[in-house]
Design a protein around this ligand. Structure first.
Ligand code: BG6
Length: 477
């Protein structure tokens, strides 16, 4: 048995990284809009530098991004040409509720996504929708402090009820929070958090995390009420952590690093705070702001499936200060001498995907969905705009082969695969355009120059064949 007959092949994007149209049709300002390209980005997205509006010194790539807001029909037609069965996208919260705390939604925003979903359906593409992918209304940050505030649970509940009701019958698969564990590493981008001088960061982070976890369960409850056909997934920035050596202290460090990430999914999938987290948070003096009814809600409304991103494995050491580091998805890791790395230092480990899938499946015993995977690379188009991206094909084919082994040899139940950035878009980590993941080249540079013209790359035709053969033919010819 290889991939399911109804395997959901496709690609993934996020609203703020491709839509643009940041102030059109009533859309409000969000945290992700004010994250510039360049060296200040890191301090801003991690909440260490307060930056809540545009200034004249920076370039803000999300304002226009790749103008998908006006070109979505053309883009979806290209996805359909590749044979996509699904398209993962996210909702721009401030299109629906421009400030975030309104009672009534913005009809123009709702209509935009309705049209987009209908366009997908027209091509036989099933939408897979992330409710929040790194976006938080700026008004909620300024007035309430973002996810540190319990009121966010109500605002998010209003958002989800609005979405589930309006798109009933159009959208079946929903993810509550993109890479929920990234809140620990990019708190402003992940949860609209800006730290105050001298406050206990860990308290703020786990308080905000609790609010997101309660909101995720609440969304599941609302979904069950509105439309029992809806399937809710959680979303983890995954990647197995290896010990730096067989020394027991390194093995323990690797286990602890994995648990820091699994903590979120343990709550979302098993329905309760794991003992290791309760102990650690207690030791650190962190108070989890449980309210009456939270425990029951978390226990009853767990997710239907586990989705995750995988770009790389990681390495942990008991004494990391003496080790070489390498960068990875938002946070860095000890370098693994057995692996090659991308131009951005992300280490390439297809077998790590099989290992990660097995770890997650063993832990939760629920269907898995790989909703991000891919290679961020510099593409050089020829005179006609065509990119021969064999390096991307190599990366993707080796990862799909590993994922196939997890299914065929290990029996992991996998629902689908949506590779990241199926069309070139703005990088979340760096704000660059030149870090490209797509099957479709978009003519735009880091500072907004270019025609925005779309051109299929070599990988476009390769992926089309992969989908046509349900993953049987991964060859590059
Ligand atoms: C994940 C995010 O962290 O990785 C995406 O969910 C992001 O939003 C992707 O774009 C790749 O990271 P980057 O920094 O290369 O864009």
């Amino acid at each position: 048995m290889s991939f399911r007959k109804d395997f959901l092949w496709g690609g993934a994007t996020a609203a703020n990284q491709l839509e643009g149209g940041y102030d059109e049709d009533g859309r409000g300002l969000a945290n992700v809009d004010v994250a510039p390209v360049g060296e200040d980005r890191h301090a801003i997205i991690s909440g260490d530098k307060k930056h809540l509006d545009f200034d004249g010194e920076h370039f803000y790539p999300a304002k226009k991004a790749i103008d998908h807001y006006h070109r979505y029909k053309e883009d979806i037609a290209l996805f359909a040409e590749m044979g996509f069965k699904t398209y993962r996208l996210s909702i721009g919260w401030t299109r629906i509720f421009p400030k975030g705390d309104e009672k009534e939604p913005n009809e123009a925003g709702l209509k935009f996504y309705e049209d987009l979903f209908k366009e997908c359906k027209k091509h036989g593409i099933e939408p897979l929708v992330t409710i929040t992918h790194f976006d938080c209304p700026m008004h909620l940050i300024k007035e309430y402090g973002g996810w540190r505030n319990r009121k966010m649970v109500d605002f998010y509940a209003n958002l989800t009820r609005t979405l589930f009701t309006r798109y009933k019958g159009l959208v079946k698969y929903w993810l509550t929070f993109n890479e929920i564990n990234i809140i620990l590493h990019a708190p402003f981008m992940g949860a609209g958090i800006v730290f105050e001088e001298g406050e206990n960061k860990k308290q703020v982070l786990y308080q905000a995390a609790h609010h997101e976890l309660v909101s995720s369960a609440m969304a599941t409850k609302i979904a069950r009420e509105v439309d029992p056909n809806i399937q809710i997934g959680c979303m983890l920035a995954a990647g197995k952590t290896y010990p730096n050596s067989p020394r027991p202290a390194d093995v323990l460090a690797a286990q602890q690093a994995d648990r820091q990430n699994y903590f979120f999914i343990d709550v979302q999938s098993r329905g309760e705070y794991p003992a290791y987290a309760l102990k650690e948070l207690e030791r650190e003096g962190v108070e989890i702001p449980f309210k009456e009814g939270d425990k029951e809600l978390l226990k009853e409304y767990t997710v239907d499936f586990i989705s995750f991103s995988y770009y790389s494995s990681r390495v942990a050491a008991a004494n990391p200060e003496n080790q070489d580091e390498t960068s990875g998805n938002i946070f860095s890791s000890v370098k693994n001498p057995y692996l090659e790395a991308s131009e951005w230092g992300w280490q390439i480990d297809p077998l790590g995907l099989r290992i990660t899938m097995n770890d997650i499946y063993d832990r939760y015993q629920k269907p898995l969905f790989i909703v991000e995977n891919g290679l961020g690379a510099i593409d050089t188009p020829d005179a006609s705009g065509y990119v021969e991206d064999d390096y991307r094909i190599d990366y993707l084919s080796s990862h799909i082969a590993a994922m196939k082994e997890a299914v065929e040899l290990d029996g992991v139940d996998l629902m689908g695969y949506t590779s990241w950035g199926c069309i070139d878009l703005v990088s979340a980590g760096t704000g660059e355009m030149k870090k490209r993941y797509g099957y479709i080249y978009v003519d735009r540079d880091n500072y907004g120059n270019g025609t925005l013209e779309r051109t299929p790359k070599k990988s476009f035709y390769w992926y089309k064949k992969v989908i046509e053969t349900n993953g049987e033919d991964l060859s590059n010819n």
